[in-house]
Design a protein around this ligand. Structure first.
Ligand code: ATP
Length: 323
């Protein structure tokens, strides 16, 4: 192994820069070249890449986003697109890839590996925390902290006006951000796709909280909630309780940005080094992750197919504390 390509793909997440930095510097430490590929698979298809040295990644450890940029490449989903990508892989004399992204990016890398035997190691970079094989994905902790800071502010307004706030948070089909931020911000109810929620239950919860003397509430709703979107839920609640002053806040993309937390920086640094070391040991088709504070490698198919499971204990804690 003499030359490794690194790319970020799919949705951006805070800490991706930190991971790139770690990959680049680990390559330098082990005396191999590192090539930064722009805009995910797009850059591989269009031969948009350049060498990165340890100094070219200075001052990015604390910067959100990804300086290599990320993209969703439709062309890479086609055999012709992947053929072009492989031609550039060869042209640049790359020996392996480090792919920083979510399950879609890993699926792409896996297909590419099957077709052209391109060795690769995945690093989980997504705020959603929906990937199996790691206790946390890069960006998740930062997103959680952004969400609780925002909900704390919303709480100030909710209590001042006796309002019920419905707050939608990101997470795609997963409820990790909603459940954990909901507990951390003292939400009255948390609606996530992993548990069967009902409108009746939500309304009962609100009624109970009113009877218990609470005059403001925060309901955290995961974007993937199956019961309905945040506006429909607010409308249905308003219908039942016309006297409520209800507001909706969709936190949106602020959850993707910002300086990564210490936890995300350490995670990204460890996984970046682990990915390079795995490639040097001849490993491939694996995802580097952290479980119980130890680096572990999970077969990429498992990382893609098995999803992280919501902890039932957390659901119980949320329920108990909303009394
Ligand atoms: P996030 O979860 O943060 O959105 P992601 O990595 O899951 O990140 P996707 O948009 O699903 O994001 O995937 C990123 C890219 O991976 C796609 O734009 C595409 O180029 C490639 N990709 C995904 N699935 C496939 C596939 N089945 N075959 C080839 N390439 C794929």
């Amino acid at each position: 192994i003499k030359k490794i390509g690194v790319l970020t793909s799919g949705g951006d997440s805070p800490g991706m820069n930190t991971a790139i930095r770690a990959v680049v510097r680990a390559c330098s430490y082990y005396n191999i070249q590192c090539i930064g590929i722009k805009e995910g698979y797009h850059g591989l298809i269009n031969n948009d890449m350049s060498e990165l040295g340890p100094r070219s990644v200075k001052h990015i450890i604390n910067r959100g986003g990804t300086f290599l940029k990320t993209a969703r490449s439709q062309e890479f989903r086609t055999p012709e697109g992947r053929k072009k990508a492989f031609e550039n892989f060869k042209l640049n004399e790359l020996d392996a890839l480090v792919v920083i992204g979510g399950d879609g990016s890993f699926t792409g890398a896996s297909v590419f590996h099957k077709e052209f035997e391109v060795p690769f190691i995945g690093i989980p970079g997504t705020i959603d925390n929906d990937i199996f094989g790691t206790d946390a994905t890069i960006g998740y902790d930062t997103a959680l902290n952004t969400v609780i800071e925002a909900i704390d502010r919303i709480r100030d307004s909710a209590t001042s006006h006796n309002r019920v706030f419905f707050v939608e948070v990101m997470g795609r089909d997963a409820g990790f951000i909603a459940l954990n931020s909901g507990i951390a911000s003292g939400a009255q109810d948390i609606l996530i796709p992993e548990k069967k929620d009902s409108l009746e239950e939500l309304l009962q919860t609100l009624e109970r909280s009113q009877q218990a003397g609470k005059n403001s509430s925060i309901i955290v709703v995961a974007e993937g909630e199956e019961l309905g979107n945040v506006y429909d839920l607010a409308k249905a609640t308003q219908k039942k309780f016309p006297e409520y002053d209800i507001r909706v806040t969709v936190l949106g993309h602020i959850q993707r940005g910002g300086s990564p937390t210490c936890q995300d920086r350490v995670l990204a640094s460890r996984l970046g080094v682990a990915a390079v070391e795995a490639i040097l040991e001849g490993k491939s088709n694996l995802m580097a992750g952290l479980r119980s504070n130890k680096v572990v490698y999970t077969p990429i198919e498992e990382a893609i197919k098995k999803h992280n499971q919501i902890d039932e204990e957390l659901i119980k804690v949320a329920k108990i504390l909303a009394i």
